[in-house]
Ligand binder design. Structure first.
Ligand code: ZN
Ligand code: ZN
Length: 280
């Protein structure tokens, strides 16, 4: 077991297209275990930029099944399969409904699987994917990491979960989308780092389009993320999934909205990374 866990924001974007921000995806890596949380737009490119090819992943954790969080999952499945020298199982954990999504991806790729198996003699079976549907309160381990599942509140999207990943004395919570709630507080309490997807309510309110305003109902604002982090007593708050995309030079403005939190705040461009070391 290592003493460090590195969090890399692979994609800091949202459903709104941005040429510089990939979709939601976060890499949590300890010495020997690499977990991908969510698989939004462009995840394979950002993983490559972080020095990780899909076969180096030990597991995928999905927070929920909104398209922006899973729309490159098919690419993870395909590249993991074709790059593995021998048949290897890809582990995907996610809320109830994940099996149906993965079955749908298999159906979408059925022709592709056939082409590749027909062309490469050593590919004698399609991707081996094991889906584990999780519930709040579940615990499981992947490699050296112990993972606790917690409930989140992203209603009307249900079910949704967050993950507390503990390895080498460091705990990292990747919460996904949602508003503050008691079960999120419980998951985050005392963690070293807390990764929260956020929106700027002050900016979203300026756009008088109902479909855009709806975003505010079920996402944490920057201030709410800061309040959750402060209540939980975490060391580091990591903000991601920015709505809207931060204007150039505005990160300090975002940071100032999180003033309720007195610890370290991390936000930035895609591939921003922070390494948490266990407190001795
Ligand atoms: Zn969502
Ligand atoms: Zn989202």
């Amino acid at each position: 077991m290592g003493d460090d866990v590195t969090i890399t924001l692979l994609g800091t974007g949202s459903p709104l297209p941005d040429p510089l921000r990939a979709g939601p995806a976060t890499l949590v890596a300890s010495g020997t275990t690499r977990l991908l949380v969510d698989a939004g737009r462009g995840v394979i490119m950002r993983l490559a930029a972080a020095g990780v090819v899909p076969i180096m992943l030990d597991g995928i954790l999905l927070t929920h099944l909104h398209s922006d969080h899973i729309n490159s999952l098919n690419d993870v499945i395909t590249t993991f399969w074709v790059m593995s020298p021998t048949s290897r199982e890809l582990l995907i954990y996610g809320p109830v409904g994940t099996t149906a999504v993965v079955d749908g991806i298999h159906a979408m790729l059925r022709e592709d699987y056939g082409y590749r198996m027909g062309h490469h003699e050593d590919l004698n079976e399609g991707p081996v994917v094991r889906v584990v549907e999780v519930q709040p309160g579940d615990t499981f381990s992947v490699g050296t990491a112990l993972i606790l599942v917690g409930g989140t509140d992203h209603r009307p999207v249900e079910p949704t979960v967050g993950y507390r990943i503990t390895d080498g004395g460091v705990s990292v919570v990747v919460a996904g989308d949602g508003v503050p709630c008691a079960s999120l507080d419980e998951l985050v309490v005392g963690a070293d780092a807390y990764v929260q997807t956020v929106v700027r309510d002050d900016l979203v309110r300026l756009v008088p389009v109902p479909r855009f305003q709806d975003i505010l109902d079920y996402h944490s604002t920057v201030a709410q993320a800061a309040e959750t982090a402060q209540r939980a007593g975490v060391r580091t708050l990591v903000l991601t999934h920015y709505v809207p995309s931060p204007a150039p030079g505005s990160y300090d403005e975002w940071r100032s909205l999180a003033s309720a939190f007195t610890g370290d705040i991390v936000l930035g461009d895609d591939l921003t990374a922070v390494t948490m070391t266990a407190v001795k």
